[in-house]
Write a protein that binds this ligand. Structure first.
Ligand SMILES: Nc1ncnc2c1ncn2[C@@H]1O[C@H](COP(=O)(O)OP(=O)(O)OP(=O)(O)O)[C@@H](O)[C@H]1O
Length: 470
């Protein structure tokens, strides 16, 4: 089901789009009244969400007409003019809801869902979210990412996306392409780490027939394939030196030459690069060209690891359950407690690890509604924590040194992370040994039974589960 969003502030539009998509909607975005009217006459929308002050006029004045033409389509009005007058005018149009800015984004998304729910048939509601921005997450950290994305949509500045593996770097590159002014062109992604060093140049720049043994025909490289669109250079930190030099030359001159070729071909592509490596030590070690780094790092976007935006975990988990269902896996839901339990895990592998886990969960969970008790035994064994703090042979020294060195979690959170990392295997092992008997477990630990019960609840560990296993 598709919502039409009319909003000329690109940053707000991104955040609203993400919120509506998390509710399962596809979102079509435009910025003017003229575009709104054109889109409304071309397609049908489940709801209209619109700002008031738009570049070509005041959105409210014309809404009465929209409402009379599409009486069944709920209209939600957003306004920075937090005045009674606007509110009254908005209600006069028959608008479903009026939201003064700043508004609660969750409430907005829920309202649209309710408004549409009141109109849509069940069959329509099953339709998966269509086009639009694929990024889920409304944490403060992701909102700064969205703000950075909006700054590069109308230009061709080179973007360097930095962040740990699995944080969504490729998805951000796709969003920049999909939402930007080159969206009608191709999006070409190259993983420079996955191509053998000797083939990188011909992959990127192409080659002429006979350029080297095996070059039986002319080959068009990724740069040329991406003409008019975006070239995404992933794992740029792993690029061999020689290819780095060629890449730098291409970026400096704005032209490329196919391997074995003579002609200069003009570049017409936006470059987005990404890496999970820390480039500065690589530069110091002579493994990454400093001049290339400056060329690429025009607009840096830092992707925060998932453990630094725990607010997003539950929404992502619910989103992946929907995706899993759309791919034919059993339809599953999470209780609030199960969502909270997921949010407390470390997810060292970031969104990718969470996504894989949720798909596995959809497959393994027995009931449609997954509660914390059903979830806890399925959680990855070294959660929360990391390899150094796994259930087997936890080495406290090594783990603490690792957290300190990595400064992860951010300073101040090590105590909580360490406690959770060590309590889980500790309690799990003792409960397993005592057959889930909490009194015996508390005695063995030398702690109060109520304290144990509370901590087990916090960690989502169910003593019954261990009783059954014995
Ligand atoms: N904010 C998000 N919303 C929805 N899905 C996400 C989000 N971030 C990441 N994903 C999903 O998680 C998986 C990993 O994301 P992606 O491949 O973009 O990570 P990456 O940072 O490029 O990883 P790597 O450095 O290993 O290449 C993908 O399946 C992606 O669709």
């Amino acid at each position: 089901m598709s919502v039409l969003l009319v909003e000329d502030d690109a940053s707000i539009a991104l955040v609203i789009t993400a919120a509506l998509e998390a509710e399962g909607f596809g979102v079509t975005h435009c910025e003017t009244i003229a575009e709104r009217d054109r889109l409304l006459s071309e397609r049908s929308f489940a709801a209209l969400v619109t700002d008031v002050m738009l570049p070509d006029g005041d959105g409210i004045d014309t809404l009465a007409t929209v409402h009379s033409r599409f009486a069944k389509m709920p209209i939600v009005i957003l306004s920075a003019q937090n005045t009674l007058d606007t509110a009254v005018r908005a209600t006069d149009t028959g608008a479903f809801e009026y939201f003064p800015k700043p508004f609660d984004i969750d409430e907005l998304a829920r309202t649209v869902r309710q408004a549409v729910g009141a109109n849509a048939s069940a069959a329509e509601a099953e339709e998966p979210a269509g086009e639009g921005l694929p990024l889920v997450g409304r944490s403060a950290a992701m909102q700064s990412v969205y703000r950075m994305i909006t700054r590069v949509l109308r230009n061709d500045l080179t973007v360097l996306i930095l962040g740990e593996s699995g944080t969504g770097k490729e998805l951000v590159a796709e969003a920049i392409h999909q939402l930007g002014h080159r969206r009608t062109g191709p999006f070409v992604a190259v993983n420079t780490a996955a191509i053998p060093a000797e083939l990188i140049e011909s992959e990127l720049f192409g080659h002429e027939k006979g350029a080297f043994t095996g070059a039986v025909a002319r080959n068009i490289g990724k740069f040329e394939q991406a003409a008019g669109g975006t070239l995404f250079l992933d794992e740029i930190g792993d690029m061999p030196m020689q290819a780095q030099t060629r890449l730098l030359r291409a970026l400096q001159s704005g032209t490329i030459r196919r391997v074995g070729g003579r002609d200069e071909v003009r570049l017409d592509t936006r470059i987005v690069a990404a890496t999970n490596k820390d480039l500065e030590p690589l530069i110091a070690a002579g493994l990454f060209r400093e001049d290339l780094y400056y060329r690429l790092n025009v607009v840096p976007i830092n992707m925060p690891p998932l453990r630094e935006r725990r607010d997003d975990i539950e929404a992502l988990a619910r989103h992946f359950l929907q995706l899993a269902a759309a791919e034919g896996l059993p339809r599953r839901q999470l209780t609030a407690q199960a969502g909270a339990l997921l949010s407390r895990q470390s997810w060292r592998g970031n969104v990718r690890e969470l996504k894989n886990f949720i798909f596995r969960l959809a497959l393994l969970a027995r009931e449609e509604m997954i509660d914390a008790d059903a979830l806890a035994p399925l959680l990855p064994i070294d959660q929360p924590g990391d390899a150094a703090a796994g259930e087997q042979g936890a080495d406290l020294d090594a783990a603490v040194r690792h957290w300190l060195a990595a400064a992860q979690p951010a300073s101040g959170a090590i105590y909580e992370t360490a406690l959770a990392a060590f309590e889980r295997p500790l309690f799990a092992t003792i409960l397993r040994e005592t057959g889930g008997n909490q009194l015996r477990a508390a005695q063995a630990l030398g702690i109060n039974r109520n304290t144990l019960r509370k901590r087990l609840g916090d960690l989502g560990l169910d003593p019954e589960h261990f009783a059954r296993r014995i």
